[in-house]
Write a protein that binds this ligand. Structure first.
Ligand code: ADP
Ligand code: MG
Length: 421
């Protein structure tokens, strides 16, 4: 079935066509009908399969039609998301699909001045896309009123129902009508969270696509065994081998992000970092540079692993393995979006092998091993452009040479017993 055959407003169909959306993806095909009927839905589908439009299209269509006959009486739909970047991205998707329909969409997030957001709220917003923090601030100040809300969407639902955000979600319930539609969307879910989701809604319809394999089939992913101190040399090599590629490098901490950025800089490679310690304006400009290709290497923490949709990311590198196994699925899911193919590689050190095991258990199959023979390993380490490393290496080499010269092996001595060390 093509979008043309649906009973959407002609304007929405035109917008979908100009976005290049001809027919619904699997999750869109299965979710749009029930959402249009007003059902509660728990939808699980792999990364990059178009979950945003799966809820955006029917909600926009419904609200646009409603606006033609009913006077404005407040926010109709609230989409809860974990990060500011995701709030902005999802609002952009709604804007593109709803262009010209007169439906007002606003993204709310912290880290920026609230005046502009308040100004827009005062002029009437139909669909709000928000992170919890700023929204509660504005509810408390009386600028956000959700008493006529009809639909609550929780994107990245497993994350939003997990410990860090759960209280926000349960608090939100006190501000919205009991009679409402609730939609949960995510690429990953576990039993505990599933139960929790069902306890929040009645009679939710569950739609699950490819439940056995959470990693999108468009992503070729492998693991390379590389020791912690050698990772930067392999990163340097990968960048130099694919100089035109768009690469996202995931690291464990903000401090690591800055360190890896500096190490690459020393090797003559420009990259930019995105993490929670940065100003919001910085985060946005770094993300835009990466989207526009002004910078092709983005170093990120797990904050950016969820939901971010940047076309043409060729490679995801797990410079450090994620500590939470589902984040593996989300990180590698930043590539291979829509119909595109993508590649991901994880640098796994000795210390991280248990993390790899957890990931394999989570995804239900072993990650293919990228074999690096000893020669290639040594070569990668010694071919760095990092001058400080070269200096250090030359010194070490000279030192080795000197010690070889002065070292006199014992001539006599008992022969070692075989097999014992
Ligand atoms: P998910 O939330 O499932 O990870 P997104 O909603 O971010 O995925 O969508 C991934 C990409 O697929 C986006 O770039 C989006 O524009 C594109 N897309 C969504 N639906 C369609 C469609 N029906 N046809 C073509 N491309 C689509
Ligand atoms: Mg998404």
């Amino acid at each position: 079935m093509r979008f043309e055959q649906y009973d959407f407003l002609p304007l929405i169909k035109e917008n979908l066509a100009s976005l290049g959306f001809k027919k619904p993806t699997d999750i869109q095909y299965k979710a749009i009908g029930p959402i249009m009927k007003g059902e509660d839905v728990l939808a699980i589908a792999q990364t990059g399969t178009g979950k945003t439009a799966a809820f955006a299209i029917p909600l926009l269509d419904f609200i646009a039609k409603q606006k033609k006959v009913v006077k404005y009486n407040g926010i109709k739909c609230l989409v809860m998301v974990p990060t500011r970047e995701l709030a902005i991205q999802i609002a952009e998707a709604f804007d593109a699909i709803g262009k010209g329909t007169g439906v007002h969409v606003l993204s709310l997030y912290g880290g920026v001045d609230q005046d502009n957001q308040i100004f827009k709220l005062k002029h009437g917003v139909d669909i709000l896309i928000s992170t919890p923090g700023r929204m509660f601030d504005l509810i408390n100040q009386g600028y956000v009123d959700l008493k006529n809300l009809e639909t609550l969407v929780v994107d990245e639902a497993d994350h939003m129902l997990d410990l860090g955000f759960l209280k926000d979600i349960t608090d939100i319930m006190r501000h919205i009508p009991r009679e409402r539609q609730t939609l949960f969307f995510s690429a990953t879910i576990n039993e505990r969270i599933k139960k929790l989701a069902y306890s929040i809604v009645r009679n939710a319809i569950r739609i699950q696509i490819s439940p056995d394999n959470p990693v999108n089939k468009n992503i070729e992913h492998a693991v390379a065994f590389i020791e912690m101190d050698d990772k930067r040399f392999f990163m340097e090599r990968l960048v130099n081998e694919f100089p035109e590629s768009k690469i996202i490098i995931f690291v464990r901490t903000k401090v690591r992000a800055e360190r890896v950025c500096k190490a690459l800089e020393r090797a003559g490679i420009h990259s930019e970092t995105i993490h929670g310690d940065k100003e919001q304006s910085d985060r946005m400009s770094v993300l835009n540079d990466f989207k526009l290709g002004k910078n092709n290497i983005l170093i990120a923490t797990d904050v950016s692993s969820r939901g971010i949709d940047i076309p043409n990311v060729d490679y995801v590198v797990n410079y450090d393995l994620p500590e939470v196994p589902e984040n593996y699925v989300h990180r590698v899911g930043r590539t291979g979006r829509g119909v595109q193919k993508g590649q991901a590689v994880s640098f796994c050190s000795k210390e991280e092998k248990t993390l790899l095991k957890d990931i394999e258990e989570y995804i239900g199959s072993p990650v293919e091993v990228m074999k690096i023979d000893k020669g290639l390993y040594e070569e990668t380490i010694s071919f760095t452009n990092d001058e400080t490393q070269n200096d250090w290496r030359t010194l070490l080499k000279e030192d080795e040479e000197n010690s070889k010269k002065t070292y006199v092996p014992p001539v006599k001595g008992k022969p070692k017993k075989k097999g014992k060390r």
